[in-house]
Design a protein around this ligand. Structure first.
Ligand code: PEP
Ligand code: MG
Length: 758
């Protein structure tokens, strides 16, 4: 059975459309289980019925005609009960309904299993047999497995409207479609989709067609020439260092790029209508596969060379796509798995929105997008990117929805919403220069999180009292290799100067997890539990020391630097990092005779282990800052980047609140300053909770600052304290949010900022 399962899945994976998938399943399942009938019923949302969509064994004329309500017939019963139904004498069951058009009369036994995706019943998979017998348990599990495999493809068809077109073929005309993803940066973006294509992962290149074959062929030729030239230059540069045999390899590479068979295949595919990048990627991946299967070890190893050349050419081809430099105004940037890196060299003021098929609202891209105020939907797994490139879309960053071909009424609604938001922002601008003092006279210091060059202006305008978190990895993204010490000095100086005399807390390099530098790839099974943050810095003191030296040198004439260490999970790590920081400082003072004030050094509390050692950590540093983004992911065991579990990721979880309470208590006992720099601080409801838990320094994206301030100006600390105490007692995160939204009277703000609560 396992072999049949594997075969069916392989066949299904190579199918090109949903009807083909359904046909394969009914045919193969009937054969594999030696049944009389295999059928699939799918839920049609338009008329709220389960419709027969494919069958092998019943009359084909019945397809599309048999339609059952929830609980109607055996199929409706399986759907309602959300569990398998295995009957020996189906025709004697009170729910049995006879459909003459299907001719079910000879079949007695019935096995139906629900097809469920994300807890929603999408359809029912049915097996029937003439003899009276219960299907075996193995057969039942087999059917359940197939149902689970099928559910993703059906959910996709459902969201893209393919399903309703299939079940009601005469509907014809293309209609408005709404794709659901994860709300990741609030706001309404209206614009044309543009492919973000700096990713040279060949398997991620979408299947696209081209409009102009000649243009596509010539950009392919140009990309080949450029890649060949690079190879030649690389070879010449290394000539002195290589043996003649090693040097000859470069010629082999160039010859590979000249190979007429390879070129012919790609050009043929372009001529058949494919975009050059899609054609090139498919051909290269096919060749890589062939090389990998070869007996000969030497030839097998050539797969890596072909792949590398493939990526080099792709990089040039993608420069030719609508990318970075030619980004039109009001563009909606779309990509399979966009990382924060992409924003480092894009004219972000051209962006109306961002859509990423992977990732979630806690991915770093989402955080940077929030800082820049770009409406963003992450984890839009069902968005058919390739079909919709260059098309008008609406990005609803409040609800995590993407709307294509909007109806007039919907467009009007969104335009009004955007206007409403603009007015609110303008209204909040007046708060800029007002200090954040609660009605009972407590000052709450509001800081800003930065990283991109572009958000310096925005941050300055936000009225922030300091930079609570400068993510230094962000400028590293935009470089071709690790920036030199001098280059880093310039970058850091710019930040320190721009904000002086306000303090700037620079966090040392925090790469790994979902933040990979293009020139320092880290491939791991479990990246968030792997080589990340301070762990990399301690393993590479040569990189870490250069960064610390650069920060210190940049602060020579500004005394507003603070240095912060990310991902500390043990005292040993902190001691090791502090030693290196001291070493860099001593060198600059004693050996290079620079006149630099020693900056305050702090540690981030973002790993559960650190929560329980706050007292010991606090003794060693000048300040602490809580990273609620990572703390939430590690406490709740929910990958912050995984859209499948995004619904479980919530910093309002009472356990997170208890941890925050504990951290604050220990830090105050140790008389150590403690702030918050995770996204919870930028949420008006979250900010109230944090104030209630005792925090007085909150650092957030620039775009959130005025909204948070507007809320805190209205909530006395004693009320915040009461709300925090009561929230910790509540059972779940959503209930905490509901409770706070009900208690805090700032209707406009909550309506716009937290539309998902409605
Ligand atoms: C955090 O984890 O809360 C944090 C501020 O750091 P980052 O989001 O960059 O991991
Ligand atoms: Mg973090």
């Amino acid at each position: 059975m396992l072999a049949s399962l594997r075969n069916i899945i392989e066949e299904v994976n190579s199918a090109r459309s949903l009807p083909e998938v359904l046909e394969i399943i009914v045919r193969e399942m009937k054969g594999a289980l030696n049944a009389g009938v295999c059928s699939i019923y799918l839920f049609d949302r338009t008329d709220q019925r389960y419709v027969l969509m494919a069958t092998d064994g019943l009359r084909r004329q019945a397809i599309g005609k048999i339609r059952l309500r929830m609980r109607e017939g055996l199929v409706g019963l399986v759907a309602a009960k959300e569990e398998p139904l295995n009957l020996q004498n189906a025709d004697k069951h009170p729910n049995f309904v006879y459909f003459p058009e299907a001719d079910e009369s000879p079949f007695h036994s019935f096995l139906g299993v629900p097809i469920i995706h994300h807890r929603k019943v999408l359809g029912v998979l049915v097996l029937q047999q003439t003899n009276e017998r219960r299907f075996a348990q193995e057969e039942e599990t087999f059917l359940v497995t197939i149902g689970a495999q099928l559910s993703g493809a059906i959910a996709h068809a459902d969201e893209t409207g393919v399903l309703s077109r299939l079940s009601a073929p005469r509907q014809g005309k293309s209609q408005e479609a709404i794709f659901q993803g994860i709300a990741s940066s609030p706001g309404i973006g209206i614009g044309k989709t543009v492919l973000a294509s700096v990713n040279t992962d060949l398997s991620q290149v979408p299947e696209r067609n081209c409009d102009n074959v000649n243009m596509e062929v010539s950009s392919f030729n140009l990309a080949l020439e450029s890649a060949k030239h690079d190879m030649w230059k690389l070879g010449q540069g290394l000539k002195d260092k290589l043996s003649p045999e090693e040097f000859a390899l470069f010629e082999v590479y160039i010859r590979l790029l000249d190979d007429p068979t390879l070129i012919g295949e790609v050009v043929g595919s372009i001529n058949s209508g494919k975009a050059a990048s899609s054609a090139w990627s498919s051909v290269i991946l096919k060749h890589v596969k062939t090389f990998r299967k070869m007996e000969d070890k030497y030839l097998r190893e050539r797969a890596a060379d072909v792949l590398d050349l493939g990526k080099r050419v792709l990089a040039y081809l993608q420069q030719d796509d609508v990318t970075v430099r030619t980004m039109p105004k009001h563009a909606v940037l779309v990509g399979e798995d966009l990382a924060a890196t992409i924003l480092a060299d894009i004219p972000v003021d051209h962006l109306a929105g961002i859509i990423s098929l992977k990732g979630s609202s806690n991915s770093h891209l989402a955080i940077v997008a929030r800082a820049l105020g770009i409406p963003t939907v992450m984890g839009a797994t069902t968005f058919p990117m390739a079909e919709l490139l260059g098309k008008d879309v609406i990005v609803d960053g409040f609800k995590g929805a993407i709307i294509t071909r909007p109806s007039r009424a919907r467009r009007k609604h969104y335009l009004a919403l955007r206007r409403e938001e603009e007015l609110l922002d303008r209204d909040l601008e007046r708060l800029r220069d007002i200090p954040c003092i609660t009605p009972d006279g407590e000052h709450i210091a509001l800081f800003v999180n930065t990283g991109l060059r572009q958000d310096v202006m925005r941050s300055l305008k936000s009225g922030a009292e300091a930079v609570g978190l400068y993510r230094t990895e962000v400028p590293f993204f935009a470089h071709l290799g690790f920036p030199t010490e001098d280059e880093q000095v310039l970058i850091y100086k710019e930040q320190l100067h721009a904000f002086a005399p306000r303090k700037v807390t620079m966090r040392t390099l925090d790469i790994g997890g979902d933040k990979a530098l293009p020139y320092f790839p880290i491939e791991e099974e479990n990246p968030f539990l792997g080589w990340r943050g301070i762990r990399i810095s301690l393993d590479h003191p040569e990189i870490f020391l250069v960064q610390i030296r650069a920060m210190l040198r940049a602060s020579e004439n500004n005394s507003n630097l603070k240095i912060m260490l990310p991902m500390i999970s043990s005292i040993g790590e902190l001691d090791g990092a502090l030693q290196l920081v001291n070493r860099a400082y001593e060198e600059l003072i004693n050996e290079e005779h620079l006149c630099i004030e020693k900056p305050p050094i702090g540690a981030m509390i973002e790993v559960p282990a650190a929560v329980y050692q706050v007292d010991q950590l606090a003794k060693r540093v000048d300040f602490l800052s809580v990273g609620t983004n990572d703390l939430t992911q590690y406490l709740l065991a929910v990958d912050r980047n995984n859209p499948r579990v995004a619904g479980l990721y919530n910093s309002f979880h009472p356990s997170v609140l208890s941890a925050l309470h504990l951290i604050h208590e220990q830090a105050s006992n140790a008389e150590c300053e403690v702030s918050i720099c995770g996204e919870l601080a930028g949420d008006p409801l979250g900010a109230v909770l944090l104030v209630g838990l005792g925090y007085r320094h909150l650092s957030m994206s620039a775009g959130c600052l005025s909204r948070v301030k507007s809320m805190l100006l209205q909530v006395p600390v004693r009320k915040a304290r009461d709300l925090a105490e009561r929230s910790i007692q509540i059972a779940g995160a959503n209930e905490v949010m509901q409770f706070l939204a009900g208690e805090l009277k700032n209707p406009n703000l909550i309506k716009l900022y937290h539309r998902s609560i409605e």
